[in-house]
Design a protein around this ligand. Structure first.
Ligand code: ATP
Length: 336
């Protein structure tokens, strides 16, 4: 478990002082995948790097498994840090070393014997699916393969926590998926706590259990991923949601419409019910589906549907009231 208490990271310079992290308190449970999302400059990297003291907090405390890292020095801090692995957007591999040597490096630093290193690196290469690249150099690997080496290196000393600093931001969507799958597998298999920072809602949606949204060094919203996605409270979270569910009806379609256009938000379990079929049967209205999208978060559906309802005014109104009762939220986008 990670417990961050009143963490402040201030960068001081002659020109100005910048608060990268402004009094953040956060609890990340053992074995969960926790996502921190925010725009550029929100303070995500500063917060993440304070967790393993790569950045020294200006004030506040970071407890990992009950130990306050901010009170440790020297060898004690080094030992505590071995239990916190980290992977990076640009991988940070040593170019002049092979895949094997890059991973072995982390074990040598922990004074493991050559025999122990051989056994552990072989195990790790199997785990990340790179057994055949053992003697390759980083330049001979794809981005996804480099990140797999980064993951193997980060796991070398059996950490309890894995910090991921924009780990998939330099990868194409397909490779991103394969790395996220690997992180999920490792999380489940090793009961590893994973903290990741990203600016992509897709990443949070795909693997995180809980999430926090950061802005100006502050956590502006925090919660379970499904709850946050289905009912974002803060304007910054709402604007991130737009990247997933944004849909503007073309002006030409609006001009052609003869009815009332509504945007219906479905959440589980309503999303699986045949509400629209019922409405069209129960009321004297016609329905015209203009757009629809369903996302799945941990197998729970979350969707929107844009529907044109055509009929006599009062009947359309009654149909909208019915849909409002049976779904999460209904917005009227256009009245004739
Ligand atoms: N070493 C530093 N010296 C001075 N200011 C810094 C330093 N590192 C970060 N900052 C400032 O702290 C704030 C938070 O930066 P940080 O890199 O943590 O944000 P971020 O959300 O990770 O952004 P990005 O996604 O662009 O990396 C920014 O205003 C940034 O300019």
């Amino acid at each position: 478990m990670i417990e961050i208490q009143n963490l402040v990271k201030e960068y001081k310079s002659k020109k100005a002082n910048v608060l990268g992290v402004n009094n953040v308190s956060l609890t990340i449970n053992k074995g969960e995948i926790f996502g921190i999302i925010g725009r550029s400059g929100a303070g995500k990297s500063s917060l993440l790097r304070c967790i393993n003291l790569l950045e020294e907090p200006t004030s506040g405390h970071v407890f990992v498994d009950g130990v306050d890292l901010t009170t440790l020095k020297g060898e004690q801090l080094r030992q505590a840090r071995l239990k916190i692995g980290m992977i990076f957007q640009h991988f940070h591999l040593i170019r002049a070393k092979t895949v094997y040597e890059n991973i072995a490096f982390a074990l040598k630093a922990n004074h493991k014997s050559p025999q122990e290193i051989e056994v552990r690196v072989t195990e790790l290469l199997d785990m990340v699916g790179l057994a055949d690249k053992r003697d390759a150099y980083p330049a001979q690997l794809s981005g996804g393969q480099k990140q797999r080496v980064g993951i193997a290196r980060a796991l070398a000393n059996d950490p309890h926590v894995l910090l991921c600093d924009e780990a998939t931001s330099a990868l194409d969507p397909e490779t991103t998926q394969s790395i996220l799958e690997l992180l999920k597998k490792i999380n489940r298999g090793l009961q590893l706590t994973i903290v990741l920072i990203t600016h992509e809602m897709e990443v949070v949606k795909d693997i995180c259990d809980r999430m926090a949204v950061m802005q100006n060094g502050i956590i502006v919203e925090e919660g379970k991923v499904y709850d946050t996605f289905s009912d974002p409270q803060h304007p910054t979270t709402q604007s991130f949601m737009k990247s997933l569910f944004q849909f503007e009806l073309p002006e030409r379609m609006l001009r052609k419409c003869q009815g009332t256009i509504v945007k219906i938000h479905f959440v589980a379990p309503q999303a699986e019910e045949a509400v629209i079929t019922e409405v069209l049967r129960a009321f004297d209205v016609k329905g015209n589906i203009l757009h629809g999208k369903i996302e799945y978060i941990h197998d729970n559906p979350l969707g929107i549907l844009i529907l044109e309802l055509i009929g006599e005014g009062a009947e359309v109104q009654r149909a909208i009231e019915y849909i409002t009762k049976r779904t999460h939220r209904v917005e009227v986008l256009h009245h004739v």
